[in-house]
Design a protein around this ligand. Sequence first.
Ligand code: CA
Length: 233
Amino acid sequence: MNKITILVVEDDSSVKNLITTTLETHNYKYLSAKNGKTALMEASTHQPDIILLDLGLPDIDGIEIIKRIRSWSNVPIIVISARSEDTDKIDALDSGADDYLTKPFSVEELLARLRVTQRRISAMKNIEQKEETEFINGDMKIDYAAGSVFLGGKEVHLTPIEYKILCLMAHNVGKVLTHNYITNKIWGSSFESDVASLRVFMANLRKKIDKNSNYENHFIQTLVGIGYRMNKL
Ligand code: CA
């Protein structure tokens, strides 16, 4: 049973019927739209898992629809179009489409592309879940579910604020975070006094997690007058 919902955007009713009948017999749920305006509305209100999009629509050009959807969503878009020129394909893919099917197409090919897209969706979900449960950098591991930090397999005891700061740095590994950014995220404000506190917390945190490393292998790097960065080791 396929639990995903597919939005079918097609103004030609015979093509639309071919697609929706195929989806129905393979247990996909679907919504349909026969013009660009409805397509954009359905995409935003129902958040489908995949969009099958015809480029030649009566009101808005398909390429424009891809661009508008891409401004707020990463939903996979498979273009199904009678336009078979290479430039049309390139335009569609450049605008953010994930795949391209030229009319006339076979039902088997459509189903195959849907399977490929579904595999990619579930692979992405796995990566996201993994990121949510743990973070590994060199010999440091943060177990988000347990709220604990390990260094070379040994648990490091952090205060709640130190832990919050470390998680914030980990989520932005490789990026410089300014003092104000960090204090806003941790305390919701960025007064001078917060920045002073941050220096104290950072010093303690670094004593705990950077004690065994030589200088080149420090997890947390200080950028004087700017902020801090967690280096990817
Ligand atoms: Ca059309």
